[in-house]
Design a protein around this ligand. Structure first.
Ligand code: NDP
Length: 362
């Protein structure tokens, strides 16, 4: 038996109120079962929405961890190490690193027992860190697919076409910046102003160092002469903005849409401001813009092969130093860690203006 602890919830609510640490034991794996230990698991915004009960996919509440009250384990992605395998396991062995094939399996746990079919093996883990592997399957995949699947870039014009995005300092935003740089797509990036001009400039510089072509603040976009600024960035409009990625909504999203060239797409994948997306009708009528949504969980379930190859691609870029780590706020999860302190770190996830994404490391 392996002793294990999991952060579970039996009712929806704020993480600090409903998450609790549950101790249980895991038996030796049989047949195609695999026993795992946690390396790293991030706290993504969707994880919190899921616990609040406001996210469309809700993991079922179950009792298979020996818990009296039915519960779900929090978290949706992470890197795990194989501890032992059942006799029927074909492609995994002790020491391998794996990630979960689908979301919703619960990753905030020191150990897990899953079926081999639920896992993706990280081939060639050399040159990769647990953080890189544990955060590859949601944010970078989202950025990658949105850049590729909603716009037919004219590859002959590499370096002359633009993408615009808000939430540019998010995990997804940083991935999009770096993929854009790799693929010759210029990026116009919008972030929220920081407390001081120095901090704002530092954030802008950080994103430019990742490969962002231009970084401006939401405040500059909404109050300054944004039209003229865009005109200038895009060489008097000769370089079209052909795609917008929106995770904020509200006025911010409207301003992004107005910069788009005719027949372009805006993909909405988040709603951090909780404001609806409002659109001037002319953008639909005269510019023929298309407004799409993207949800990586659903996409991944429908396209498991493509998801794996997308992950492989990103990890290859990571190995070659072309895809940098997101800033993180590491939460050490030791055997002694208490439920309330772990739950408190989850609580901060939606706070905004954070220096990095919260990640559990075991
Ligand atoms: P991170 O935790 O890395 O970053 C959060 C981002 O949200 C920061 O840029 C932050 O900006 C911004 N933000 C927070 N509060 C607000 C607010 N009130 N108004 C405007 N911006 C705000 O996030 P992720 O990269 O993990 O996720 C980013 C978004 O993408 C989320 O909405 C998430 O749900 C969504 N997402 C959607 C996916 C999909 O498949 N549809 C997949 C992955 C993510 P600041 O630093 O200024 O606070």
């Amino acid at each position: 038996y392996t002793q294990a602890k999991a952060l579970i919830y039996s009712k929806y609510g704020e993480p600090k109120d409903v998450l609790r640490l549950h101790k249980h034991s895991i038996s030796a794996p049989h047949a195609t079962q695999v026993n795992l230990r946690l390396l790293t698991s991030p706290m993504n915004p969707a994880d919190v929405n899921q616990i609040q009960g406001v996210y469309p996919s809700k993991p079922p509440f179950r009792t298979d961890l020996g818990n009296a009250e039915p519960a779900a384990v929090g978290g949706n992605e992470g890197a795990f190490e194989v501890l032992s395998t059942g006799a029927g396991v074909k492609n995994l062995s002790k020491g391998d690193w794996v990630i979960m094939k689908r979301t919703g399996l619960g990753t905030w746990r020191t150990h897990a027992q899953l079926d081999e079919s639920q896992l993706i093996k990280i081939e060639n883990k050399e040159g990769l860190t647990p953080l890189q592997v544990g955060t590859v399957s949601v944010n970078p995949v989202t950025a990658y697919r949105m850049l590729r699947d909603f716009c037919e870039w004219d590859w002959m014009r590499a370096g002359e076409e633009w993408m615009i995005q808000n939430g540019a300092n998010s995990g997804v935003g940083r991935a999009a910046i770096q993929l854009g740089r790799e693929w010759g797509i210029k990026t116009l990036n919008v972030v929220r102003q920081r407390k001081t001009p120095e901090e704002t400039e530092a954030l802008k510089k950080e994103l430019r160092d990742l490969g962002a072509t231009v970084v401006i603040t939401e405040e500059e976009m909404l109050t300054g002469n944004f039209r003229d600024m865009v005109h200038e960035f895009t060489r008097q409009g000769r370089e079209p903005i052909r795609l917008a990625l929106n995770c904020v909504g509200g006025k911010n999203a409207t301003a992004l849409a107005k910069t788009l060239a005719p027949d372009s797409h805006m993909v909405t994948y988040g709603a951090m401001s909780k404001q609806p997306v409002a659109l001037p009708s002319g953008l639909l009528i005269f510019k023929n813009l298309a407004f799409d949504g993207f949800w990586v969980s659903k996409w991944g379930d429908k396209n498991p092969q493509l998801k794996e190859s997308t992950i492989k691609d990103v990890l290859q870029l990571t190995r070659s130093g072309k895809f940098r780590d997101i800033p993180v706020d590491e939460v050490k999860w030791n055997w002694e860690s208490e439920g309330p302190e772990l739950a408190e770190s989850v609580q901060g996830t939606l706070g905004g203006y954070r220096s990095g994404k919260g990640v559990f490391t075991f």
